[in-house]
Design a protein around this ligand. Structure first.
Ligand code: OOG
Ligand code: MG
Length: 257
């Protein structure tokens, strides 16, 4: 696939996200493999950066069985986060900039140091300044939230928003913390941080490897989202979404049209 086609498809996903308009899947028809899909993603993020957005980190996807089963994709993927995606804990979130948003419970890492490609679990932990309960707002730009691996990778792994809760000391055992995501006071997803690859730190090790392989090693100050611990829930206006994570506190937001 030539540079021109990659740039054209990057424009397609970027403008779909920018205008919150759904598009048809294209990966199968265009014969897009993983390499091309990540090249389209990189080019689409370059367009965001050219508009003045700032890179804030990385997100992992399909790091839990629950997410793989919900979306029918069995491979781990990743995407790039920018400051335009950050929402504030406790503040209202306007749904206007999304096509068909969903929310899922995650754990976020804040890095104190850069990370090279190959790190052990203790080395990864050593680079972590803080951990936090977090909610990711995902929004596929594809019709009906349906995609293949190539589509979703090209579409920046459905990244669209993230809300970070209170930063906590990472020097505690967070391998198996219970979590509850509720909407308007009703429990909607129950799980554990162990749902993320058995331990969320494994997701950070994978993030270090994948990001470095793309020539963008994890940086000090970056946020890494470990991936949904449970399936995602659809977002509608007028909802209060709250995630409570055992021993790590809560993160919440209200949706407005
Ligand atoms: C793709 C993104 C997956 C996760 O946490 O697993 C993801 C999607 O489900 O649309 O963010
Ligand atoms: Mg996610």
């Amino acid at each position: 696939m030539n540079e021109q086609r990659i740039a054209a498809l990057a424009e397609v996903v970027d403008s779909a996200a920018y205008h919150a308009r759904a598009i048809a899947q294209f990966a199968e028809q265009e014969g897009i493999g993983e390499t091309e899909a990540y090249a389209i993603q990189a080019a689409s993020i370059a367009r965001r950066l050219a508009r003045g957005e700032r890179r804030t980190g990385m997100k992992m996807g399909f790091t839990s069985r629950a997410k793989m089963v919900q979306m029918g994709v069995l491979d781990m993927i990743w995407g790039r986060l920018t400051d335009a995606m950050a929402e504030t804990d406790g503040a209202p979130v306007s749904l206007r900039r999304f096509v068909h948003p969903r929310v899922e419970p995650e754990l976020a890492f804040l890095l104190a140091k850069p990370l090279p490609a190959a790190v052990s679990l203790p080395e990864a932990l050593d680079a972590v300044a803080a951990i936090a309960p977090a909610l990711e707002i995902i929004d596929s730009r594809f019709d009906n939230f349906k995609f293949t691996l190539g589509d979703v990778v090209a579409d920046n792994a459905s990244s669209s928003g993230y809300v970070i809760g209170p930063w906590c000391d990472p020097r505690q055992d967070f391998a198996n913390r219970g979590l509850l995501m509720s909407i308007n006071g009703t429990a909607r997803q129950v799980g554990s941080t162990a749902g993320i690859l058995g331990h969320p730190l494994r997701s950070l090790v994978a993030a270090a490897r994948l990001s470095a392989a793309a020539g963008e090693p994890l940086q000090a100050g970056w946020i890494v989202m470990a991936g949904g611990a449970t399936a995602a829930e659809a977002l509608l206006p007028g909802q209060h979404v709250m995630l409570e994570m055992q021993g790590l506190g809560r993160v919440e937001f209200n949706t407005v049209a």
